[in-house]
Structure formats: structure tokens, C-alpha cells
Design a protein. Sequence first.
Length: 146
Amino acid sequence: MPKKSWTEKLTDSKGFPKIEPITEKMSKRWGQGTVVIPAPMDVYGIMASVPEGELITINDIRSALAKKYGSTICCPICTGIFARIAASASEEGKGVKKIPYWRTLKEGRIINEKYPGGIEGQKRLLEKEGHLVVKKGNKYNVMPKK
């Protein structure tokens, strides 16, 4: 069976979104309540809506999706994976609109090295939009605008 394209991965909801109780193992970190496992297109939609000059983090996306679905939290692992899929599908150019994925950062305003173009490609795009990118150790942080 041929490998799925990024666009196929993005548009295959696999039955998501799904809301489930927070497991006992998860409750040590996240407390009690429910967790939403979003659909990849949920993450793509939020990433697509970030205007030029603005930034969002994966945790901002998680908060928005938890609120949208009335859940306590949104799955951090799935959200991160789906952000990577959204970014890659955007660059793949097979039927989905290109989105400004470089405006979606890891927590701490860190560039996601797994997005298309790697750190250097995203750094270039962010600087073109007026953001200051600073290397701290082996991470690249986008500094808040003054």
C-alpha cells in the first residue's frame, strides 16, 4: 500500500474529534475531566487563521480547541502531530490552501524544527514579517514585539 501524502493525512479525520475521560495516568499531570482529541483539520483551521505579524503557540491551539469542544484539555501529543501534518500538507500543495504555519510556535515561542524549511526557512519567513529570532542554546526563540 503506498504511503499517504501529507494532504491525505490532514483530511483523514479517523473519527476525530473525540472526547474521552482523562485517564488515571493522565490525571497526575492534567487533573480530572475530559480530553478532546482534535481532528487534524481543527488544528489546520486555527493555524490558517493567524494573521501576519501575529503568532500562536501549540498550547494556544490546545486551549482554543478544549474551549470549542467543552473539554478540560486538548491532547498535547495529537495537537503537535497534527500541526506538523498541517504545515507539511500546506507545503505539499495537493488540494489544501497554503497556510502560514511558521506563525505557530512551540511553547516558549520556539521555532518548530520539524516544519517545512526547518529552522532557517521559518526564521527567514518570521524575520520578513518583522519578528526578531534569537538563538538560545540549540533553540530559536521568537522575541515578543515591543
